[in-house]
Design a binder for this molecule. Sequence first.
Ligand code: SF4
Ligand code: SF4
Length: 95
Amino acid sequence: MALMITDECINCDVCEPECPNQAIYLGPEIYEIDPARCTECVGHFDQPQCVQVCPVACIPVNPQHVESRETLWQKYQRLTTDAPVPAAGSKPPAA
Ligand code: SF4
Ligand code: SF4
């Protein structure tokens, strides 16, 4: 499953640099997780790094994105072997 950040987020900025998939970005109000990039840290770490560091425990699994470990592994493979996917929240280069 991809994870999600709830509105209990205090925008402490701690989780964003810990994500190995650049899935976390600052949204309009709070930090958000791009489900297309979150592998629950599968392929990188045993535990979700954002959950480990969040001081207010506001990062549950996203019920909209239920995925098996196998699916998460395949997502990890895609993210690391395919053409680079733009980081979450990034803008396309100027023409
Ligand atoms: S679980 Fe891992 S991959 Fe997903 S957002 Fe958190 S740090 Fe990033
Ligand atoms: S670590 Fe938790 S409180 Fe801090 S920005 Fe990330 S989700 Fe929000």
